[in-house]
Design a protein around this ligand. Sequence first.
Ligand code: ADP
Length: 374
Amino acid sequence: MELALGRADVTDALPLLRELDAGHLSDIRRQDLLRRVLGSAKITELNCRAARMLAIDACQLPVPFSEVWPFAEAGLLLQSLAVAQTSAARAHAEVAFKTADGPVHVRFITWREPGSVAGALSLGMTDITGQVTAEKDLVALRAQMAHADRLSTLGIMTATITHEVRQPVAAMMTAAQAALRWLARSPPDLDQVTQCLETVVAGATKVEETVARLRQMASNRAGARNLCAISTLIEDTAEFLRPELANRRATLTLDLAQDLPLVQADCVQIRQVITNLMINAAQAMADAQCWNRALRVRARHGDAFVVVEVDDSGPGVAEADRRRLFDGFYTTKSTGLGLGLKICRQIIEDHGGTLDHAPKAGAGALFRFSLPAL
Ligand code: ADP
């Protein structure tokens, strides 16, 4: 396969590179020098493959680097050009070239041929656009999936509540108000009152059925229980949430005891609990703009249970709010639903375990859940 190769002449940029190296420059001076380096260092030759890659016609050469190299990555160009001042060295950089056909991600190598004059550089390029795009897609997909995973149950529940509970509650309210009006008549119309109360009873029954269905949906997926290794579930979730945690600058430490017993569980649901607790922790630390964002997930064997702890160094939960944490719709977030912890507790209790906010020494919050060990 033909390699993408080229040559550059950076002679005019050498004094600028030396000035940049000398240091003690104001920001404005540094920016100005960088701009001049990009303008004065030139690509002088490209073989066919390299010309195609950068969408440059051979007759356009020489082309200043400023035409193809993004100014935001000028620092990388400096490193690449630095080999012009030394011999027997190579510099590697990865950069998104601006080309007429759009950005092209390139692994870019510069070196000096033995005996060449200072300022004459050889260039080697590999197009890695496919690889970079695939990696970006994967990161975006993971973030989306983590989000969807967390919101799926909540989303379904919210939609159901909105459609199925609001309507009968509104009907009950109208019927109750009408009943009060019929009662206030002189004499009161008891037939109408009875009709209204029947509407209220029907509404309440509908709400009760809906709630029962929601509970079942959130907690019981019959037949989905398998033997699960908690450590593996935690490790998988941690890997899956890596981009989300990195976004919120949370550092994760896993402390998982060896040889933990297995648990009989719906792995999807338990993963959802771990995800929820980890995301809550990362969100709390990021929202409070904590400088230290340490998230620790521990798993150990305690009596007949496997115990998992999700421990953060965020603002923690105020004493007065602790008893409301697991109430439905308790949230301190502007976009929160306040259902996550309630659903998590329901899931764990349906598996025969417990989930609680636990006291801890030092700052932050600690959530602990246990599942019966096999
Ligand atoms: P949501 O995330 O939608 O608010 P949750 O039920 O998951 O719903 O959480 C309820 C509330 O509990 C949050 O709004 C937050 O105030 C509090 N909370 C949960 N986890 C933490 C934590 N790790 N640190 C501090 N507060 C927390």
